[in-house]
Design a protein around this ligand. Structure first.
Ligand code: CS2
Ligand code: MG
Length: 403
């Protein structure tokens, strides 16, 4: 099962996606997602210039060997660009193996360990009343778990909140990053009001999540976690910039609110301390940014040893290929926790046709061989890439802050 071609397609059906297409001598096509929001072309070049030429002629079934060949063989290890490129190859090879075996990828991973994958959706509002309407809409669709974000009074643009009623939340825009302003005190005062509002309106029969998006210091995060305890959040996410793993000892010593971290991590080494010291409850690494199905499974297996559950990142800035791959992993691992599901905006569905489904708050990857995603390259060509960047944050005095 030799690889005969590997090519990279960058397209923008609603937002930018980088897709790796791998073909074999048997006429099969596997796909992998290589999207790194705001740095798309760096991964496209890594693949095109340095990886695709090495793939041609290799046996597509040797997934572990190919992973090790690309990881160890680069000499330069880890990092979002390298690990996203390796992930795309890895996912495409799992897709091919499933097609050859005539089985969905989750069967190759040990089979379904549950009937469906609980997902959480995003509700937000410029006011708490808007937020309530969005939570209601999610409940009406069957969601059992909902992330809640609302505009912080006194802050111009809040992470996770659309700019106005009826508008979509889309952080990436423009040829240069948009500049937002951040003020920690206003946020810390408001966050308990936000959670209290949701519990007062909707009770305790749904899972409520909240994303802090890397903005606090450890002691501020400890204070927030403690203040939110009465509202029993499912988790608070990314309370502090997560590369400082030891900081979580301090947060942990102040609160029992569950902590979720890891969407910006790209290897097991980034979360080794967080997991082995039991400093977090959910690990949010994704298939695309953490080295593919092969490496993500290794992270989740380590997490399982320490009672940490999975909670993979699933934003709209990862392509439907990533969503499908995540669902296959989620369905098969013992320590699945929850999966983020932002969905994809039109016309992504025209370019990526998927077999996964949503019903009553749970998703399933479907039973098609491989990942169950068809990538339409002709449709992709109708949506050319345009550069877009995530915003940056400045504090009131003009200094840079984490976004
Ligand atoms: C977010 C992401 O989904 C999340 O939890 O933190 O939307 C994140 O901001 C984007 O994926 C960045 O590209
Ligand atoms: Mg997040």
């Amino acid at each position: 099962m030799r690889i005969t071609d590997a090519r990279v397609v960058v397209c923008s059906p609603g937002r930018n996606y980088v897709t790796l297409v791998v073909e074999t001598e048997d006429g099969l096509t596997g796909v992998g997602d290589a999207t790194l929001n705001g740095r798309e072309l760096a991964v496209a070049s890594y693949l095109r210039d340095h990886v695709c030429p090495l793939l041609v002629g290799r046996d597509a079934r040797r997934i572990e060997d190919t992973w090790q060949y690309l990881y160890r063989g680069a000499y330069w290890r880890r990092g979002p660009v390298t690990m996203t490129a390796i992930a795309a190859v890895d996912v495409a090879l799992w897709d091919l193996l499933g097609q050859v075996a005539g089985m969905p990828v989750h069967q190759l991973l040990g089979g379904a360990a549950r009937d469906g994958v609980m997902v959480y959706g995003h509700a937000s509002g410029t006011t708490l009343d808007d937020l309530s309407r969005d939570v209601e809409a999610h409940l009406a669709q069957g969601y059992k778990a909902i992330r809640v974000q609302a505009a912080v009074p006194g802050i111009d643009k809040t992470y996770g909140v659309p700019p106005g009623d009826g508008l979509l939340y889309e952080p990436a825009s423009g040829e240069v990053p948009q500049e937002d302003v951040w003020e920690t005190t206003a946020y810390l005062d408001f966050a308990p009001t936000l959670l209290a509002h949701v519990r007062a309106e909707f009770g305790y029969g749904l899972h409520v999540l909240h994303d802090v998006h890397h903005r606090l210091t450890p002691i501020e995060a400890g204070r927030l976690g403690r203040a939110l305890e009465p509202y029993r959040p499912f988790w608070i996410e990314d309370p502090t910039p997560a590369e400082d793993q030891a900081a979580f000892r301090l947060i942990r010593s102040h609160t029992t609110t569950p902590l979720a971290v890891g969407e910006v991590f790209n290897s097991i080494w980034d979360c080794q301390q967080l997991i082995t010291e039991r400093l977090i409850d959910y690990i949010r690494t994704s298939v695309t940014h953490a080295g593919g199905i092969t490496h993500l499974r290794r992270i989740f297996a380590l997490a399982d040893l320490y009672g940490v559950r999975s909670g993979s990142h699933g934003p709209g800035d990862l392509s439907p290929v990533a969503m499908a791959a995540a669902l296959h992993v989620d369905l098969s691992i013992p320590n699945f926790g929850i999966q983020e599901y932002m969905g994809h905006r039109s016309p992504a569905e025209e370019v990526f046709r998927t077999s996964y489904s949503f019903a009553d708050g749970f998703m399933h990857p479907g039973e098609e061989p491989g990942l169950g995603v068809t990538f339409d390259e002709e449709a992709a060509a109708r949506y050319p890439y345009a550069p877009k960047y995530l915003p940056v944050n400045r504090r009131l005095d003009g200094s840079m802050h984490d976004w």
